[in-house]
Design a protein around this ligand. Sequence first.
Ligand SMILES: Cc1cc2nc3c(=O)[nH]c(=O)nc-3n(C[C@H](O)[C@H](O)[C@H](O)COP(=O)(O)O)c2cc1C
Length: 360
Amino acid sequence: MDGAEKELLVIMPKDAQQTENARLDAVLAQAIAGYDTEFWYEEREFVPLKNRRILFVLNLGADGVNLEYQRLLRWLRRSPGCLEGCVGSVLLDADSELYTKAEGRELVFAANGQGCIFPGKPLVEGTASLDNFLVQSRNLGVDCMGAYRQAARMLVEQLLAFQLPLRRKPQILAVHASNRATSNTLTLWRKVRQHLEDSCTIQEIPLQNGTVVDCNGCPYQTCRHFGETCSCFYGGVIVEEVYPAILDCDALIMLCPNYNDAVSANLSAFINRLTALFSQVRFYDKAVFCLVVSGYSGGDIVAKQVLGALNMNKTFYLPANFAFLATANDPFSINKIDRIDEQAADFAETIRKHLQERRV
Ligand SMILES: Cc1cc2nc3c(=O)[nH]c(=O)nc-3n(C[C@H](O)[C@H](O)[C@H](O)COP(=O)(O)O)c2cc1C
């Protein structure tokens, strides 16, 4: 491709067996109106892309299956680095209340692993009823379809405007709830951390042994009321230590052992408790990374939980290759993984280059 590359690329896998979706076509047309746009539709050969702004658009129909999208997913998973330097967002529509979030997470995880950055809140989804827009429609004083259209338009604007917020000396906040003496996850983090100490300021917050109570689920007004003073119904370490550290940091690194194919309860409570702060502040200029260590398998599920919660819901941006996944069960067996020190150094470099301004 030469300098004539269009500013926006829409990748919209079209499955001939899926029902036509006029609603999605209309929302898309309005979202991209006025932008110089290239389209990739069905049955085309996928080729590696570099430094493009990509809007992925999926029609999931009533059954949540789009075979052409499955072909795209296969290409993504088989093509290392095929989206290097790209920035992406996702517009999904279904004739069902289900599947949109799960498929969105899957797509973001796959594309991110091949080099694609995602800004905070990179997914706009239209469920069959559009009830997922009830709150936004009330806030905007429009119907759900109007809120859907506005969200899709803003998604494209945000995609095209996104820039990495680089810093001279980035601040990293690492959050964990593991036992320092035995944890494979913390051992892996120490391997990564040593390569960041010169270029970044690093703070670690341990959240073990009941220091964090899960979200009380206060009514929205109550949550907002506490949030106004950077507080929360329960107070404690979350309010005193975690909220200020979140406000100060440029990147949050979640250190996650795989517990029953999910983030552990303490870390999950931490994410839930960000809600009061989130009612006041958005995190678009902060990155989220994660380290996941599983004893057996399923690290991808945990990483998708982190990106779903912190990137899709809580607006942290997702740097390319945001997750470092490893498998190790016995204490310290992480040390026996082939090339683990090299992999840790590579991941540290991924973190650094997404956060640190290059010196001239
Ligand atoms: C409560 C609990 C649940 C776990 N569930 C899983 C699991 O679902 N899948 C898996 O691969 N490993 C599982 N593991 C194993 C850990 O992921 C493994 O020990 C890994 O080394 C990370 O834990 P660590 O950082 O505490 O050492 C579980 C461990 C515990 C203590």
